[in-house]
Design a protein around this ligand. Structure first.
Ligand code: ZN
Ligand code: MN
Length: 480
């Protein structure tokens, strides 16, 4: 019998806000002293009063709009009860009855073609703390720095049917949320985590099989392996009766390449969801809604189409630039200043992106003065600064936002001088110093010219028009 795998995902994404969801503690405590970013509110002390961080709602709405959701104009918070040492209040404040966004749609593309994945809902909630197990002391410590860091949980319908679709879906979510600048979505940093709900059924059947859930997956490769393993385990159970499948939560061990039962699955009833009386309902009026809608970015594919059709870029260039909204914004600003799309794309891809790669920075970390980049590109294409010196100026611009490329070039002797007298003087000295290169060139060795040309260019500190120098140099060789 042929089987199909049915997968739904719950994806937790840490929002890129400065402060936590219900208090003003910093949401960024990576590497900080344990329990140094805490207050009575995020530690769940009795009597504390949470206040909703407006930016969290902004980002929740924005995420909902990017995923084509309906936005609930009145959205409320609820208590989800469970007892665990990483949750000091013994309940998580989350959304159950009126989440910020519902009924969305995300289009994904795999080798099989395009497909829509339905989004059941997006809810805003607080993260839990971290337990740190100390094996030597046989103790466990708890760090509350992460409690109440804002999350959204994106719950899909069971519309995914294999590892390739899951990968495409996660990448699409990541791209859309990064474009909207609401989240970093970096699985390796824990800012995107994924629960995989999986069941198997005979192909063509409309009845869902027994579902198991693998929690807190944080690498796409591990997720793919886990899906393959779980699918095989379910089919084996159905075909050969190797075990009785039960609805449960399982832990994926990526080193052993196996999943293990953790606990039988809780149902919603177990959590005793009830409206949190301490958190006021959030009412989103038209003005607020419209301002968020107006702030949405173009989708990556819309940008790519515009770059090729309107700006005349190649598909490759458009593809490279659309990898990150930060690259797109820098490119668009530079182009607006210098007026040359192809040159701008070329500088972005050959120079800016290589510097980021060399510094092991993500494209989203790009932080240079894009207007100044446009001015620099213009200086180089107008022949006022040589390309190699342009690169030097760019490197300096990565360190200092205040650099004015023209003034910087002037101050550092990087302006091209088309002083023919000077070029002749330098060419003459080079020719006289290396008679062998001259005779080599005359006997047809093109390379010998390049060696002389390089010496002259170095002597002139790159500040001359390469074409003019070449002409002067050949003249000088012929005279020699
Ligand atoms: Zn706090
Ligand atoms: Mn959750």
């Amino acid at each position: 019998m042929k089987y199909e795998t049915v997968i739904g995902l719950e994806v937790h994404v840490e929002l890129a806000t400065d402060s936590k969801i219900f208090c003003s503690c910093s949401a960024h405590s990576y590497g900080a002293e344990p329990n140094s970013h805490v207050c009575p509110a995020c530690c769940g002390m009795p009597g504390m009063l949470p206040v909703v961080n407006k930016r969290v709602v902004d980002y929740g709405m924005k995420a909902g709009m990017m995923l084509n959701c309906h936005i609930n104009r009145t959205t409320t918070f609820d208590k989800k009860s469970y007892y665990y040492p990483d949750l000091p209040a013994a309940y998580q404040t989350t959304q159950w009855f009126a989440p910020v966004a519902v009924n969305g749609l995300v289009e994904i593309e795999t080798a099989k073609g395009k497909k829509n994945v339905r989004i059941k809902q997006i809810h805003m909630e607080e993260d839990a703390g971290k337990l740190v197990h100390d094996i030597r002391e046989d103790t466990t410590h708890v760090d509350f720095n992460r409690t109440s860091v804002p999350l959204i949980e994106i719950v899909s319908q069971p519309d995914l049917s294999g590892a390739d679709e899951v990968e495409a879906y996660l990448e699409r979510l990541r791209d859309l949320l990064r474009y909207a600048k609401v989240a970093e979505c970096e699985m390796a940093h824990g800012t995107m985590r994924c629960d995989v709900n999986l069941s198997v059924r005979p192909e063509g059947s409309s009845v869902l099989g027994v579902r198991t859930e693998m929690k807190n997956m944080n690498s796409i490769e591990a997720i793919k392996r886990a899906i393959e393993y779980e699918t095989a385990r379910h089919i084996d159970a159905l075909e050969n009766g190797t075990e009785v499948l039960v609805q449960e939560t399982r832990r994926w061990d990526d080193i052993k390449g196996k999943s293990f039962a953790m606990r039988t699955k809780e149902t919603a009833g177990d959590y005793r969801y009830f409206p949190d009386p301490n958190v006021m309902p959030v009412v989103i009026d038209d003005e607020w809604f419209d301002s968020i809608q107006a702030s949405l970015p173009e989708f990556p594919e819309v940008k790519r189409a515009r770059y090729t059709e309107e700006y005349g870029l190649s598909a490759y260039d458009a593809d490279q630039l659309s990898k990150s909204i930060a690259l797109c914004e820098c490119f668009e600003t530079a182009y607006a200043v210098c007026g040359n799309a192809k040159d701008s794309a070329n500088w972005m891809i050959s120079e800016v992106m290589s510097i980021l790669n060399a510094r092991k920075m993500t494209y989203d970390m790009l932080d240079i003065n894009a207007k100044a980049l446009g001015e620099l590109i213009k200086l180089v294409s107008d022949g006022k600064v040589g390309r190699a010196n342009g690169k030097k100026i760019l490197a300096a611009m990565f360190e200092d936002h205040g650099i004015d490329p023209a003034a910087y070039a002037q101050a550092n002797g990087l302006i091209v001088s088309n002083d023919t007298g000077l070029m002749e003087k330098v060419a003459k000295a080079a020719v006289e110093a290396d008679p062998k290169a001259v005779s080599d060139y005359k006997s047809g060795k093109e390379k010998a010219l390049m060696a002389l040309f390089g010496k002259c260019m170095k002597e002139l500190k790159g500040n001359c028009d390469p074409q003019a120098l070449r002409t002067v140099l050949i003249d000088m060789i012929n005279k020699a």
